[in-house]
Design a protein around this ligand. Sequence first.
Ligand code: ARG
Length: 590
Amino acid sequence: MSEHVESLRDRVAAAVSSAIGSAWPELTDADPVVRRSEHADFQSNGALALSRHVAARPAEFAAELAGHLGPGGGTETELLRDVQVSGPGFLNLSVTDHVLWEQVAARLAAPRLGVPRGEAGRRTVIDYSAPNIAKDLHVGHLRSTVIGDSLARVLAHLGADVIRQNHLGDWGTPFGMLIQYLDEHPDATWHRAELADGASAVSAPNQLYRDARAAFDADPEFADRSRTRVVALQSGDDATVAAWRDIVAESERGFGEIYARLGILLTPADSAGESFYNSRLDAVVRDLRDAGLAEDSDGAVVVFSASATGPDGRPIPLILRKRDGGYGYDTTDLATIRYRLEELRAGRILYVVDARQALHFRLVFETARRASWLADTVDVEHVAFGTVLDADGRPFRTRAGDTVGLTALLDAAVERARTVVGEKNPELDTAELDRIAETAGVGAVKYAELSTSRVKDYAFDVDRMVSFSGDTGVYLQYAHTRIRSILRGAGDDGVSVDAAAGMHPAERALAIALDGFGDALTEVAATLEPHRLCTYLYDTARAFTDFYEACPVLTAPPPAHGNRLALCRLTAATLQQGLGLLGIEAPERM
Ligand code: ARG
């Protein structure tokens, strides 16, 4: 079986390229800029820019180029059935039915559905999720988790050597408070095993955090004992370190439960939390001093930015060592980027973190560059995302002003999905309905996170996200199940493609949409915007709906029968793989 099928768009682009090259040798390597088109199957916009090089008017250049292509013209009569000059010098290009059917057959026979390995060999570190120990994941972490996981899947599918990194907040002053509190309250119940059934492992450590925090704020002497305890932790006191480990492990178990429910790839082996970098912090400060970048300021050690200034016009510092001698978030992230560059040997590093940390990452990247840890050949990006808002457009909080726990959010989405699916499908038994509701509800939340441009703030609206219509996860899952049911209806009917058959416009539109899968994924890899894959899948599902309305499948005579089954199969496979790359399940029925 052939692994890789070139996309039709690539073949059309190659044909235009070779026509340019044979007529104007000086333009041999020119990019013909071939894209999908509203007016024909594809369009080439290259003539507009290229005409300058041969001192021709764009429309004349395009007309001459058209003469070298397509029927009656060049050798590409099999590929192109029509070439038209349009507008100021675009070429509208239509491919033959024959070549489209062959493309459908070739993709169906290729397990990768024509997706290229454009990221092959690129070692890509993705920093995502990164919740804080003894605190609940909140909606911001949910965004990072869902977007980062989808990028990890897409890039790995395109051949990248992906290294997932969960930069857990597992170090710092709060741990002194937590450990001291546990010491003084040996009866505090915060392990999930000690809690009543139904209590979540995620919120148990968070309850400990709240209780300890309350004590810390109310009792200055407890606060002092907590600070002493931090010092014990930092200097490696056995009992203190053991208590710290216990808290981290219990919290990680809770995160693991959420990851499992969400279908997230992260495992404990991907965790390299802040504490992981402790042993590397001294060297960061020393080396930045030696490089002449670090300086003393007000008792602290800092690196002043060479480009970013604050409102007072003065350069903004990264704090390497605080006045009390402690290290913080800045130093840890410097050690982290250095580790990823020097030890993990990353060619690309992505930080999927809230947009509000943009300045922090800008300064970290700048310092790494000035220290010559980060070379120009390595692509380092803050993959920023906007704030999660409620349905009324306000930052997402409970009435009490707390951030909303993730489990509650997912439960709400699953509950709504259960109602919606149950109404549509009253004959489902309870167990199956439960299973489908979970898949649909979780999928709906993930799809909602992924389908908006990530830098925008986005409104979390459970009713909208579980709707069966519109650009939702449920719509796509449902579209997939409908095609599966058609295929079940066809039983063992052959899907063999007869490329000599003519094509209905709706078949043609669907076949061309299916051809764009590889391009859509390549675009996600370049822009780091999973919503482009969502849009692609949504458009493809709609092209399928149009096709199915216009073209009967099961009742069609041969050869339309086999050809249409082939389109059904390829659409189902594309939706399933595409949803899979978003981290969303595609059930057989719903
Ligand atoms: N734990 C941090 C937070 O909850 C996110 C860490 C992101 N990654 C990093 N390398 N700084 O905001």
